[in-house]
Write a protein that binds this ligand. Structure first.
Ligand code: ATP
Ligand code: MG
Length: 244
């Protein structure tokens, strides 16, 4: 579904991404791990078109999307959440997701007109999928940190993605919120047939949900493989996981 080959990104000569390669098959959950500053978020920005690479190629469903603008990549079926939650704080949970569904359908939401009736079923179904159905009337800004992150995933689902990219979906979450998010990710992959690429520092999450794992160090790919292969890789143990 997605193939990144030898991606490069310089910031004023500093090589934030320097030879990253990655493949994601349809239906897979793939994690990217690596220390702070390894280039994980930058790599995601290259895939989703927020940043233009200086080198390498990115293909999605067989099409070259390298350097394509982000709105076009989004229309092709890649949606993402950000490391820092990105929501309309003053709108309800329902309206946040509805706005995203409307934009996917090329409709603009006039916030001063009642558009409650647009795409209600679609919006409700996404909220249910994300475990937020009972909170649909709450104001987004008043949600707990964990629910805000779930809302952000729900907003991304409004784009009807084929590939969902999540940047540290459980960052700052309590153990309970983390468990909820893990089961959500698994459920989305299983019931919606969604393909998921995410990065994460919590190794229990990474090894608990991933089919394959890519390890980054200083902008480059050390290895990509099944969880056991990654765990047993000596270079990974040296560079990242420690000797435990
Ligand atoms: N816009 C930018 N301009 C200059 N340097 C940047 C920019 N964005 C990222 N960097 C640098 O590139 C490197 C990789 O950053 P990136 O955010 O991709 O790392 P990361 O793996 O996501 O880290 P973390 O785990 O802390 O989120 C870091 O050294 C960072 O300081
Ligand atoms: Mg990051």
């Amino acid at each position: 579904m997605l193939r990144v080959e030898n991606a490069q990104k310089d910031f004023d000569g500093f090589k934030a991404v320097n030879g990253a390669s990655l493949s994601v098959e349809k239906g897979e959950i793939v994690a990217v791990i690596g220390p702070n500053g390894a280039g994980k978020t930058t790599l995601f920005n290259l895939i989703t078109g927020q940043l233009k690479p200086n080198g390498g190629t990115i293909t999605f469903l067989g099409e070259d999307i390298t350097s394509m603008p982000s709105h076009r990549i989004c229309k092709k079926g890649i949606a993402r959440s950000f490391q820092i939650a990105n929501i309309f704080h003053r709108l309800s949970v329902f309206r946040n997701v509805q706005v995203s569904v409307l934009s996917q359908k090329n409709r603009n939401l006039n916030l001063f007109l009642s558009s409650d009736s647009f795409f209600v079923k679609e919006t409700q179904s996404i909220l249910k999928n994300a475990g937020l159905a009972d909170k649909h009337q709450e104001i987004a800004g008043s949600l707990s940190h964990g629910d805000r992150r779930l809302l952000e995933i729900a907003i991304a689902l409004g784009n009807e993605p084929r590939l969902l990219i999540l940047d540290e979906p459980t960052a700052g979450m309590s153990p309970e919120e983390t468990a909820t998010t893990i089961s959500l990710i698994k459920r989305l992959a299983e019931t919606r047939g969604l393909t998921i690429l995410f990065c994460e520092h919590d190794m229990d999450v990474v090894f608990g949900v991933s089919h394959r794992i890519m390890v980054m160090e200083q902008g480059r790919t050390l290895v990509q493989g099944k969880p056991d292969e990654v765990k047993n890789n000596l270079e990974v143990q040296r560079a990242y996981l420690g000797t435990e």
